[in-house]
Design a binder for this molecule. Structure first.
Ligand code: AMP
Ligand code: ZN
Length: 272
């Protein structure tokens, strides 16, 4: 099936969004979120874009440039979050400080960045009164996450994933949607090139030595069909693992954002 039809089908089948509600697309400047914004706009959804300027040197400058170009070409309203202004420092500095703190040195770069980005995304999407938050996660990302959770012996960590976040209904939590959930990374890359979209193809310079990279390397030895099969397994067991997952939401005592414990993951990392 062609990429556009596949994404349309995912949006309809899983009721990701409708044309009346406001969808904020989290755009990084990379191919996946760029294609997500491009297609949601093309299909006529009510989209605005949100970019976190992580302030990772030249790399972030290029990402910001690409995102600005995309939004001006497509007439999409763009909201920018400046890490230095909002949090006092860029991602590199913040991460190094967290790693230097006692016992936190084994935390990987991408894990820290991921927690902080998620926190910013939910908080901002809510502030912007969005009813959905769209990200560019593709089939490869999802297969990696699912396998990583299996390797850790914790498939239930995948319980709430899917093209639309499940089991979390809380007024402070903005549901996340992933229109590219069933689309292979190579197909997204090819499409973005065919459409000549402004995309930064290089990887984030901080994405080193993560467990995800090892799993990605392994998955890249497999054909797309087998990656799809991994997610078919996910579809088959997702009903079962949801039952065992504790989905109770609390509010973080420090920042007031939704959390699984009394302190959210971001405040646990950054400290009070
Ligand atoms: P990653 O965690 O880097 O694999 O990114 C996953 C998704 O998060 C992307 O497809 C984007 O939708 C979103 N995202 C990542 N980085 C940013 C950023 N700097 N600003 C806004 N959204 C982002
Ligand atoms: Zn918090």
């Amino acid at each position: 099936m062609k990429l556009e039809s596949k994404i349309k089908q995912t949006i309809q089948k899983y009721k990701l969004c409708n044309k009346r509600e406001k969808v904020i697309v989290a755009v990084s400047g990379g191919k996946d979120s760029t294609v997500t914004a491009y297609l949601l706009k093309k299909f006529g959804y009510n989209v605005e874009a949100f970019h976190i300027d992580l302030k990772i040197g030249k790399y972030s400058e290029k990402c910001l440039g690409a995102v600005k170009e995309l939004c001006s070409d497509l007439d999409i309203k763009l909201h920018i979050y400046d890490m230095k202004k909002e949090m006092g420092s860029g991602m590199c500095y913040l991460r190094t400080a967290i790693q230097a703190k006692s016992g936190k040195t084994k935390l990987k770069n991408c894990a820290i960045c991921g927690v902080i980005k998620k926190w910013i995304l939910n908080k901002t999407a809510r502030k912007l009164k969005a009813s959905k938050l769209a990200t560019g996660h593709n089939l490869d990302d999802e297969a990696q996450t699912f396998l990583m959770n299996i390797f850790k012996g914790s498939p239930q960590l995948s319980a709430n994933t899917g093209p639309i976040s499940r089991n979390i209904s809380d007024k402070k939590f903005i549901p996340r949607i992933k229109p590219l959930f069933y689309v292979a990374e190579n197909d997204v890359r090819e499409y973005s090139k065919k459409k000549k979209l402004p995309v930064v193809y290089e990887k984030c310079p901080c994405a080193i030595d993560s467990y995800r990279i090892q799993v990605r390397k392994f998955l890249n030895t497999l054909p797309t069909k087998e990656k799809q099969n991994i997610m078919k397994n996910f579809d088959k067991i997702s009903g079962k693992i949801q039952k065992v997952k504790n989905t109770r939401i609390e509010y973080c005592e420090v920042c007031g954002e939704p959390a699984r414990k009394n302190i959210c993951k971001k405040c646990e990392l950054v400290g009070v």
